[in-house]
Ligand binder design. Structure first.
Ligand code: PMP
Length: 378
């Protein structure tokens, strides 16, 4: 089986699994318990946070909250920040580039009395900075901009967005960095909160982080025993937290080396695909090499995914979260990509475990699938 759906999830590293198992056996204690074992767990929890601080070069500027994944982190940050601004700055700016775990939260906030404004997207799949400037006002309390898009792999102008937002003291900037962590350096300057997901960098499913610059800016959306500064009640999952540190460390420390390797595999794929008439690369210039979005106008994305699957190659149509829905992908629509090309688009995503042999087998499968569908290409 050739796995090229790493933007959906990645295989956990062996030492991450071991660390999780071992911690469950040896330090299963509740860090909130006042006894010696509880104190040991509390110490390990703090140690995990300071390791994350070091690995990500955060310079103690952020508090770290362990979550069940980026969906929770995005909910916690967006609702938590927005609720604090409801009276003074009730406008939220987002764009159709964002993941559903941002967009649906913002839409829900729209139903709670906030005003939601959508920033345009350029043809290159980036947030339109000039349009953002025109949307900004003293009424804006929250702007959300992902660092790397999950459908196209396009990098977003987080630094420029942060500079614009900085001129409006009431506005916070939230960044969904899920597809950036372990691939490119994290953008933190001028950012209030950052979401991270462990299973995208060889960690486990159901683990994430929320990095928050000032925890007092957040209103808790989960009430209970008051764990994690009162922002995320519930018994802390220390073994998970120890495991995510392991995954993060391995990925960030080897980031440059992995990036170069993935870049060369990705370049090879791009050159290969360019040889097939009627097939287009939707992924624009400037994107990270890990994600290739490819259009087969005239063919349905699901048909392609099934055909590749028959050849043992696992890829996806748009994103795993929305590929079961039949509507056209909003990110590709926002980029003004032709509708037939959107319908026939697939996402091939490479990871740190992708090998040259995987690419060779993908090419063989690609050639077979192409022969099967070429009559349909428009
Ligand atoms: N944001 C982005 C950009 C993503 O790609 C994903 C995962 N598809 C998420 C958020 C949600 O992360 P999780 O699966 O950890 O909830």
């Amino acid at each position: 089986m050739i796995y090229l759906d790493n933007a959906a999830t990645t295989a956990p590293n062996e030492d991450v699994l071991q660390a999780y198992l071992q911690a469950n056996q040896s330090v299963y204690y509740n860090p909130n318990s006042p006894h010696k074992a509880g104190l040991q767990a509390a110490q390990l929890l703090e140690q995990s946070k300071s390791q994350i601080n070091q690995i990500l070069n955060l310079n103690d500027e952020f508090d770290i909250i362990f979550t069940s994944g980026a969906t929770e982190s995005n909910n916690m940050a967006l609702k938590g920040l927005a609720y604090r601004k409801k009276d003074s700055a009730p406008v939220i700016i987002t764009s159709l580039l964002e993941h559903p775990s941002v967009l649906e939260v913002v839409r829900a906030l729209g139903g709670e009395g906030f005003t939601v404004k959508y920033c345009n997207v350029t043809r290159e799949g980036r947030l339109d900075i000039e349009h953002l400037k025109s949307l900004m006002s003293s009424e804006v309390g929250l702007v959300t901009c992902m660092q790397v898009n999950n459908i196209m792999g396009q990098r977003q102008p987080v630094r420029e967005v942060a500079e614009i937002v900085a001129a409006y003291p009431k506005a916070f900037l939230h960044v969904d960095a899920v597809q950036a962590v372990g691939k490119v350096p994290l953008e933190t300057e001028g950012v209030e909160s950052i979401s991270v997901s462990g299973h995208k960098f060889n960690g486990l499913k159901g683990q994430g982080l929320l990095l928050i610059r000032n925890k007092h800016h957040l209103e808790p959306i989960i009430q209970g025993g008051g764990q994690e500064y009162g922002l995320r009640s519930g018994t802390v999952n220390l073994p998970m937290d120890i495991a995510i540190v392991k995954a993060l460390k391995a990925n960030v420390q080897n980031m440059d080396e992995n990036y170069t390797r993935v870049q060369s595999l990705s370049d090879e794929l791009r050159q290969f695909i360019a040889r097939y008439p009627g097939v287009y690369l939707n992924t624009p210039e400037g994107a990270i090499p890990h994600i290739l979005n490819i259009g087969f106008p005239g063919v349905k994305g699901e048909v392609l995914v099934n055909a590749f699957s028959q050849h043992g190659v696992m890829i996806s149509t748009t994103s795993a979260c929305s590929s079961k829905q039949s509507k056209l992908n909003e990110v590709l629509l926002a980029m003004h990509i032709d509708e037939t090309r959107i319908e026939g688009s697939i996402r091939v995503s490479l990871g740190n475990k992708t090998t040259e042999a995987d690419i060779e087998q993908f090419k063989e499968a690609f050639d077979s699938v192409y022969q099967e569908v070429k009559e349909l290409l428009r």
